[in-house]
Write a protein that binds this ligand. Structure first.
Ligand code: PEP
Length: 266
């Protein structure tokens, strides 16, 4: 794969899960943006995105736009349907109207807690792309999968299923999140994360070709914090991190965003 010429801008994404109401969200994003401003953070060099609960999106969008904060907005879920009698669902087009750039699909808490299967994840991925959103396709193996089939088999299968119906050239982000690492404090080793992210990129190359595979960002997620982020992000196939628990502490998340300073300081 010739990916030497393509520069992938790292993406640091904060999945707040079901934390922070809309008032807390405003305070949190203000603190985060002030901290990053003080640190002269360049959002063009390291992209930052926050994924608040649905009820916060409008408030955060208004703040980002009024204060011209170049942070991106993401949603945590999306309906596979476009409009109609789907009580409780949120259409991709509604998210796009709120200037939402990204949406998580296939997060393990939806796969395992809400019974979402590969088919539904594929439909959500397609709906997101159809409305101009970039799906962050989450894939990852459970502890049992790891023991029985190794680290890469299940994530690769999940990715292949999610992108099966996508047009070539669709912009996507992939997030490799081992289920056993999410919220446990046990992150994957940088070597394991790199080897699965490389396998995911290879699989994308087989389906969409080397240019698209080289352009696509592959993130790692699972107990990332300011102490381990720099060692994860020095690896060639890892282009960012999806951060859960540590993203609702504005100071800690700001330290993660500035991971390059840790590398320089080390
Ligand atoms: C997540 O929920 O996507 C996640 C990675 O969580 P945590 O960072 O808390 O492990």
């Amino acid at each position: 794969m010739n990916d030497q010429q393509i520069t992938r801008v790292p993406l640091i994404a904060g999945n707040w899960k079901m934390n922070l109401d809309h008032l807390q969200a405003i305070a949190h994003v203000q603190k985060l943006s002030w901290t990053l401003k003080d640190a002269r953070h360049d959002y063009g060099e390291v992209e930052v995105a926050v994924f608040p609960p649905f009820t916060d999106l409008r408030s955060v969008q208004t703040l980002l736009s009024a204060d011209r904060i170049p942070m991106k907005l993401g949603a945590q879920d999306v309906s596979p349907n476009s409009v109609g009698a789907y009580t409780g669902d949120i259409a991709a087009s509604f998210l796009a109207k709120l200037e939402t750039s990204y949406v998580l699909v296939g997060h393990s808490e939806r796969r395992h807690g809400h019974g979402e299967d590969d088919q539904l994840v594929a439909a959500k991925t397609k709906a997101a792309v159809g409305s101009g959103l970039v799906p962050v396709i989450c894939v990852g193996e459970t502890a049992e999968d790891l023991e029985e089939r190794g680290a890469a088999a299940v994530p690769v299968e999940q990715l292949n299923a999610a992108v099966a119906a996508l047009p070539k050239d669709s912009e996507i982000v992939i997030a490799y999140e081992p289920v056993w690492a999410i919220g446990t404090g046990n992150s994957a080793t940088p070597e394991q994360a790199e080897s699965v992210c490389a396998a995911l990129r290879h699989s994308l190359e087989e389906k969409f070709g080397s240019e698209q595979a080289s352009r696509t960002r592959v993130l790692y997620g699972g107990s990332v914090n300011s102490q381990n982020v720099a060692s994860i992000l020095r690896l060639p196939n890892i282009d960012g991190v999806l951060v859960g628990g540590a993203s609702i502490d504005s100071q800690e998340f700001a330290r993660i965003v500035q991971y390059r300073k840790h590398v320089t300081a080390a």
